[in-house]
Design a protein around this ligand. Structure first.
Ligand code: CP
Length: 317
């Protein structure tokens, strides 16, 4: 594996999941693999789980991790080709990325979309510029449109907890929120579950919240949430803003919050969310605090997902 930007960088999802679960059972199995190697974690946006789980994963592989909060401590970066930099940006990524490539063996980057221009966000300019100019492997810690470490974790968590003999029914449901959020987690989850091919996959959302079809082509789309939830084995709850009416909140129907009454429609489904979650907006306390909730296990698995990915990159260096 050279870079980890999307599921397209993965040869076998099942092999990567298996490796992650091996690390969960024996975290220091490859503690010498990253010895002498340094990983840079660049944050242009906030994080709790991604930042700390990737640091723990790097340490388990013997790597030194250095975190840089670019948004707070770095120079304001310019990403536009040919920019006349007489405004607020101070340093072009063309200059910064190769320097960072001199300091680190692997660079990891978190960047959120602006949610103003679909074309700009979906061009993935920030992460692509780092891939182009850094000269070292790049790992996405969430980009403008995708969150692949989260999605790998999600597949690990389903695989780890499912004991049925037929494909599980996995439902990704839109949930209300107070802010306009990116489509990243939903896009990425749909892309990974579709590529994995081991789930009966349904996406449910109010009309107008359709995701880019490129991610949901393997899914059944249902705009009636109650209908979609019937017999679900897993319910993945997530808000996203509109893709077509880009970045907008066009409705915020509180009936879409997952409650025990909604859960009663399912096959006693396990409930997933990437966190952070707005309690009693996206998901009710009663669901989050119940034994159906996988959210803590899911967040714990972020370490093993990151460790499996970093290990694959180290093997190919
Ligand atoms: N799920 C997730 O990416 O969490 P953080 O934003 O805290 O990293």
């Amino acid at each position: 594996m050279k870079n980890f930007i999307s599921v397209n960088d993965v040869d076998s999802i099942n092999a990567l999941v298996e490796q992650a679960l091996k690390y969960k059972a024996d975290p220091f199995a490859d503690k010498a693999r990253g010895a002498g190697k340094r990983i840079g974690l660049l944050f242009l946006n906030p994080s709790l789980r991604t930042r700390l789980s990737t640091q723990v994963a790097a340490a388990n592989l013997g790597m030194e991790a250095i975190v840089f909060n670019v948004d707070k401590e770095g120079w304001a970066l310019e990403f536009a080709e040919g920019a006349i930099m007489n405004g607020t940006t101070v340093e072009h990524v063309k200059d910064a990325a190769p320097v960072l490539g001199q300091y680190f063996d692997i660079l990891c980057i978190r960047t959120f979309p602006q949610l103003k221009s679909k074309e700009e966000d979906y061009a993935e300019t920030v992460i692509n510029q780092f891939v182009k100019y850094a000269g070292v492997p790049i790992v996405s810690l969430e980009s403008a449109t995708l969150h692949p470490l989260q999605s790998l974790t999600d597949v690990i968590t389903i695989k780890e907890t499912y004991s049925g003999t037929v494909k599980p029914k996995v439902v990704l449901t839109w949930a209300p929120h107070v802010k306009a959020l990116p489509q990243c987690v939903a896009n990425s989850f749909a892309q990974w579950v579709g590529t994995w091919g081991e789930a009966d996959f349904v996406v449910t959302h109010p009309e107008g919240y359709e995701l880019d079809e490129i991610f949901t082509e393997s899914a059944t789309i249902i705009t009636n949430q109650d209908e979609a939830l019937k017999n679900a084995d897993y319910v993945y709850v997530k808000n996203w803003s509109c893709y077509h009416d880009y970045g907008k909140i066009i409705s915020n129907d509180t009936d879409w919050m997952l409650t025990n009454a909604k859960l009663a429609l399912t096959n006693n489904a396990k409930v997933m969310h990437c966190l952070p979650v707005r309690r009693n907006v996206e998901l009710s306390d009663e669901v989050l605090d119940s034994s159906n909730s996988l959210v803590t296990k899911q967040a714990g698995n972020r370490v093993w997902a990151a460790q499996a990915v970093l290990s694959e990159i180290l093997k190919s260096m």
